[in-house]
Design a protein around this ligand. Sequence first.
Ligand code: CA
Length: 147
Amino acid sequence: MARTVFILSTAPLRRRGSQPQQSSFLRFSSTSHHPSSKMSFSGILNEADITAALASCQAADSFDYKTFFCQTGLKSKSHDQVKKVFEIIDQDRSGFVEEDELKLFLQNFCTSARALTDAETKSFLAAGDSDGDGKIGVDEFQALVKC
Ligand SMILES: [Ca+2]
């Protein structure tokens, strides 16, 4: 009886053991996007500026996109550079930054950064979404960064 229990309990363990392979494959495909994004960021933005910008919005509900774009230096970047940053933030490459991507906005700059609160996400989206489609397009992002 005890043996049966043992066998029964190893079955899910084995199944669980095969899962990391799947998820590490998934992780591989998502990290293959991330390191390149980090590289693109480091080519565009200064690491110390990013660190300072993230430090100043550590507390929940303290995120201010204008301050953030100033501190990271993004505000003064070229059209092409801002476009590259947009493409990184548009994680699923849909051509738009949707609300869920906006919520994880800070994590593009540092993977350990916090997610934005719902209030921050909504006001960030409202500030950028000038055509009211509920997401931010590249042109809207360009305007938002410069404002
Ligand atoms: Ca998207």
